[in-house]
Design a binder for this molecule. Sequence first.
Ligand code: CMC
Length: 379
Amino acid sequence: MTVCEFRPGLEGIPAAESAISHVDGHKGILEYRGIKIEELAEKSNFLETTYLLIWGKLPTKPELDAFEHEIRYHRRIKYRIVDMMKCFPESGHPMDALQASAAALGLFYSRRDLHNPAYIRAAVVRLMAKIPTMVAAFQLMRNGNEPVRPRDDLGYSGNFLYMLNEREPDPLSARIMDICLILHAEHTMNASTFSARVTASTLTDPYAVIASAVGTLGGPLHGGANEEVIEMLEEIGSVENVRPYLENCLQRKSKIMGFGHRVYKVKDPRATILQGLAEQLFDKFGMDKYYEIAVELERAVEEKLGHKGIYPNVDFYSGLLYRKMGIPTDLFTPIFAIARVAGWLAHWKEQLEENRIYRPTQVYTGYHESHYIPMDQRY
Ligand code: CMC
């Protein structure tokens, strides 16, 4: 076996063979099963894209109809899950509520039959169907309201916005939310997907796989960055303050949230699409001053850091869109999770198809031949 040098963050080290998605970070290309993200954002919808990611092909009309029907049927969550969520502190972060609720599904659907395609499909449907309901339910319950029952006549994203805001969304917002979910659905071997695959490789249940990935996504260097972008734009406060703010960050060597990527060395293609969607939304519902600040910040960061390959990533413009739809900042990352469940499940299924438990090695840097020191001799 070849012994590799240690690479912090496993940079450049393949952790799996995968046919699900591909990124060319120098050309700014992202493909799901070979189809460019721009084409899917224009022509597909989130459930069709989910089917593509998980089963490796675009569904026929009957296949898609059947999948959508199953998802609609399974959107409701058990009252005991609702009761459990009611006990969560309202000050808790919705990502923690989601992680706990996703893990709790394993208590209710505990049969594990990983070799059975029907079991895999049922788990996919349950997770895809119930996670948006759980996110919306926590949002309502932490504000002292009862959760809203899902509506069978609404599509996936329209129903999610309906459950969240207790009113039917306008068609543009529902379509934009659906495109946002497509854009966030999958992204090769990022930290949360790696987490999902490691957990999957132990042959545990799919609810534990998704719960571990949700926990990983929450951090500010990964999915949590979209919340911090909005906080940063609010702190900047005006277009005039963009350059002084950036100078200050550069002097302090602090990261500018929503910029930079381990793989992309040009602007993330998803950021370009999201920016276009933001403009459509602002045209219809009025400009947001934070969008103007964001555009100026992108210009200034490109001037100062473009030579290092630091450009906007997917988290830079998504928060502005969600904010305009009236979604609270701390729900941005749970929405990222709703989308990414599709990718995590595709990796779960792929991992099971040729599983070997993850068991990497380490470079030991500690002591050898030390001795136990009695308590009264320690200092
Ligand atoms: N602002 C300023 N400088 C940056 C930034 C940034 N956002 N990102 C990277 N750099 C610089 C960094 O200071 C370093 O410079 P030098 O070589 O002079 O020390 C160089 O670029 C390489 O940075 P790194 O941190 O070693 O790169 P990484 O591949 O380990 O990290 C990253 C990638 C995404 C964690 C990082 O760019 C970052 O922290 N960005 C801000 C947080 C963020 O937006 N995260 C969302 C990531 S995309 C979606 C997702 O994964 O959920």
